[in-house]
Design a protein around this ligand. Structure first.
Ligand SMILES: C[S@@+](CC[C@H](N)C(=O)[O-])C[C@H]1O[C@@H](n2cnc3c(N)ncnc32)[C@H](O)[C@@H]1O
Ligand code: SF4
Length: 448
């Protein structure tokens, strides 16, 4: 089974993944520190409001050469406690400046990295309970965490489960030994299998795998084997990422030999074949973007009952008004503002120690930004949405190829996205990306 349809055939030019809108490279209106805290307070001003938390733990013991995350490579575990305490110090700053955080329910916590389980189970408990003991957790509260299978123990899984963690995102990437060798990530399949068994025994209802297509020496046979091994372990969810190659930001990606990387055409084959096998043989449902879930995963239920939400951490079943990010490089978002912490650890550390907000950059959303972002969020999380009268002609003409091939349906002002059309969500989102449609000379804030 070798599929060769081009998923981008409708696209004139590649579009971003729209993890947020505007995308960070177009953030032009940074908030001052007091504007940022005002945005946090505003997001929690309604009595029914709620929030979610993201913690970034950047350490890894070894470097995977494809990695585009904000990481610090070290084997020195003495760095755990000072970093843990730095995060708690940053949390104290927020507690002091935004006491509403203590009054409004916390719906979820996501821990990413780096490799959060670089930290001992005890240090993770100290950090997480140090925050949770201050706040009110909602009845639906749950935690999710990114787990490197090579660095996670049963003790980690037990402790996290006790703290309310229910979703594990395991970094699998590819099961093939040659691909693993080339990316400096030796991870025998049995190790992943054992961790999955342990997590199931403990009672984790939602185990997700991260897989990547486009890695060195990957071919269709190898990726199909990786998907077959995945289907045997039956995780509730699979994130199938395309390799993001950014060697100007991550020089370690230059360690790949260009000739080992699949060409653009092969990448498309890898993606299409992997997606097809997940859906046809595995019965996974494509929620959109890179995310596939089984119908017993809580995200699928959230999609069906229209409560699915998307923020910087990806798809989530909990809708909240504020995502607060703590830790180096963390991104926070409110309905009116984005905020990112310093990406360089010593600078982040210096600012937090001085009691300053460790702001690197941010963006105060204009009204038009907010409208575009709301439309994109609907595209990413719902299968139907209402298109305004002003937008309809433009949307209809740009989506014509998708309408003609039944990927989407536009009837009156109702835009419905068919299951097959969910592979093209970024392209559909781009219809509301003002930076693509505004004349460069037009000022921000003008109508389409
Ligand atoms: C922080 S890491 C996951 C946790 C843990 N550090 C691990 O690797 O197992 C988050 C995920 O980002 C994805 N990722 C990292 N670099 C990437 C890149 N250059 N392109 C696409 N996905 C990437 C990987 O799938 C990885 O599992
Ligand atoms: S992929 Fe995960 S383990 Fe590998 S360097 Fe990146 S964050 Fe660390």
């Amino acid at each position: 089974m070798h599929l060769n349809t081009n998923p981008l055939e409708f696209c004139v030019s590649p579009v971003p993944r729209y993890h947020c809108y505007p995308i960070p490279s177009l953030w032009t209106l940074p908030p001052t520190s007091s504007e940022w805290f005002e945005a946090v307070d505003l997001s929690l001003s309604d009595e029914c409001s709620s929030w979610s938390l993201y913690l970034h733990l950047p350490f890894c013991e070894s470097l995977c050469t494809y990695c585009a995350c904000n990481v610090s490579i070290t084997r020195d575990h003495d760095r755990e406690e000072p970093y843990r305490d730095l995060l708690l110090k940053e949390w104290n700053l927020y507690k002091r400046r935004s006491p509403l955080l203590l009054k409004r329910p916390l719906k979820s916590i996501h821990i990413g990295g780096g490799s959060p389980t670089f930290f001992s189970a005890e240090n993770l408990r100290f950090l997480i309970s140090g925050i949770l003991e201050d706040v009110q957790c909602s009845d639906q509260f749950f935690g999710s965490i990114e787990v490197d299978p090579r660095r996670a123990s049963q003790k980690h899984l037990l402790e996290l489960h006790r703290l309310g963690f229910r979703q594990l995102n395991l970094g699998v990437q590819d099961f093939d030994p040659e691909v693993q060798r080339l990316v400096n990530r030796n991870q025998p399949p049995a190790l992943v299998g054992n961790l999955v068994s342990q997590a199931r025994e403990i009672g984790y209802p939602s185990i997700h795998f991260d897989l990547i297509y486009g890695l060195p020496k990957q071919d269709v046979g190898k990726i199909l084997n990786t998907i077959e091994s995945t289907l045997e372990l039956r995780p509730q969810g699979v994130a199938l990422y395309g390799l993001a190659k950014v060697p100007w930001i991550k020089p370690t990606q230059r360690l790949f030999r260009d000739e080992d990387l699949p060409s653009g055409q092969v990448r498309t084959l890898l993606r299409n074949n992997a997606r097809h096998l997940l859906v046809s043989k595995g019965n996974y449902f494509n929620l959109g973007m890179d995310c596939f879930v089984l119908c017993d995963d809580p995200l699928f239920e959230a999609f069906r009952n229209k409560s699915l939400h998307r923020n910087f951490t990806g798809y989530t079943r909990t809708r909240s008004d504020l995502l607060l990010g703590l830790g180096v490089s963390s991104i926070s978002e409110t309905p009116t503002c984005f905020h990112q912490n310093e990406k360089v650890l010593p600078i982040y550390e210096r600012k937090v120690v001085k009691g300053e907000t460790p702001t690197l950059r941010g963006h105060l959303l204009t009204e038009e930004d907010q409208l575009s972002r709301a439309m994109m969020r609907q595209v990413l999380t719902q299968s139907e949405l209402i298109v305004s009268r002003e937008d309809k002609t433009r949307v209809e003409s740009l989506l014509r190829p998708m309408i003609e091939t039944h990927l989407v349906e536009l009837e009156d002002d109702h835009l419905r996205i068919a299951d097959r059309g969910r592979s093209y969500l970024p392209e559909i989102c781009s219809l509301w990306d003002r930076s693509k449609y505004e004349e460069p000379s037009m000022a921000r804030g003008q109508p389409f």
